[in-house]
Design a protein. Structure first.
Length: 363
């Protein structure tokens, strides 16, 4: 069966050496908004990096011109986490940092807070055509002792079920110094997954759950979340600790305020250390996860499915055996999901590809 695919971003074009870190949402009009980091000089994670956007009005088959949504001078604007509000406004939460604020230097405490990872917000009221000036929201979203910090990357949530319907939930992660407040036991926590919450459509923000792993071998890093039909928030994270399992998960029963327990191993999602994406299909009773499935390399992009809220998983769709990295999922219509992902013939950083995946596939 042929699958409709397109390439909204290709390395070495449109003024950028590399495009990485995909995030995708479907606007109220049906337009598909594909965000990425446009890395000016190289594929490196620090330096001059802009947040860019391409729009599609035909379900991801073709794409309009590149738009620069966020720019931080010669520094970094990255880790897009977009979400669409009930009224149609598109919010984009992201982080900014100085060009030389590498992850290693931030983790070691060698970067001043003003140059480190700070959290910003923009919005669009015309489906991504134009954007508001950026507004910093660091004070409500990052604790003073946190060092490394990242939103998503990937789409955020607007809850639809239960007493917290309407709440915005942005998956995020942080690192802490070895003697940070709240550390107990014999092992310091260097990683933590947390959720950012807003109950007023993004006017104000606060930190919700900030859960560690259950052991020193569980260090939740880049996080993704999905809402289950009963209002439970399922959170899945990359495991930054050296361990046989590369994914962790946890759940929240109160709209992201707290986790029901610490992040624990999710060995049903085998693959390398890499970001992944989750999406729940309420009408089908399916929770989807996208990410590379090769046990050791960033390759073999695969969509997996769970029908028990993330307890067990099986393969739903194998995209291909090529190198592949970060990804994000979006519901396009009742019969189709879209996947925006990093891939290429010999490098996962060559293109960002978009694939339309039918939900009814031949056996």
């Amino acid at each position: 069966m042929a699958y409709a695919s397109s390439v909204p971003y290709r390395a070495g074009t449109e003024g950028y050496a590399s495009f990485r870190i995909p995030a995708v949402v479907r606007a109220r009009s049906g337009a598909v908004l594909a965000f990425a980091e446009g890395r000016v000089d190289s594929a490196a994670d620090a330096g001059r990096i802009d947040l860019v956007l391409k729009r599609s009005t035909d379900g991801g088959r073709t794409w309009g011109p590149l738009r620069r949504v966020a720019r931080n001078g010669t520094g970094t604007a990255g880790n897009p986490a977009p979400v669409v509000l009930a009224g149609g406004r598109v919010l984009l939460v992201h982080v900014r940092a100085a060009a030389d604020a590498t992850e290693d230097r931030i983790r070691r405490g060698l970067v001043q807070p003003a140059d480190g990872r700070r959290v910003w917000l923009q919005h669009s009221d015309d489906d991504g055509v134009t954007w508001s000036p950026p507004r910093e929201i660091t004070a409500g979203t990052k604790l003073p002792h946190w060092r490394w910090y990242a939103t998503g990357p990937g789409h955020a949530l607007r809850l639809r079920h239960g007493p917290h319907a309407g709440r915005l939930v942005v998956p995020a992660n942080h690192s802490v110094p070895p003697t940070a407040p709240g550390d107990t036991g014999t092992e310091p926590r260097y990683e933590g997954g947390h959720l950012l919450l807003s109950d007023d459509d993004g006017a104000t923000w606060r930190i919700g759950s900030a859960g560690p792993g259950a052991a020193a071998t569980a260090a939740p890093n880049e996080t993704t979340a999905a809402e289950l039909p009963d209002g439970t928030v399922y959170v899945n994270a990359r495991n930054a600790a050296p361990a046989a399992w590369r994914r962790l998960d946890a759940v929240s029963a109160d709209g992201g305020e707290h986790l029901a327990g610490p992040f624990r191993p999710q060995a049903g999602l085998s693959g390398p250390q890499v970001q992944g994406s989750t999406l729940h299909l309420d009408d089908r009773g399916e929770l989807l996860f996208s990410g590379p499935a090769h046990p050791d390399a960033r390759a073999l992009m695969t969509v997996r499915t769970s029908r028990d809220g993330g307890l067990t998983w099986r393969t739903r769709h194998t995209v291909g055996g090529l190198p592949a990295g970060y990804s994000d999922l979006v519901r396009l219509d009742p019969d189709t999901v879209g996947l925006l992902y990093e891939t290429g013939d010999f490098s996962a950083h060559a293109t960002l590809m978009f694939r339309r995946i039918p939900l009814e596939e031949p056996a």
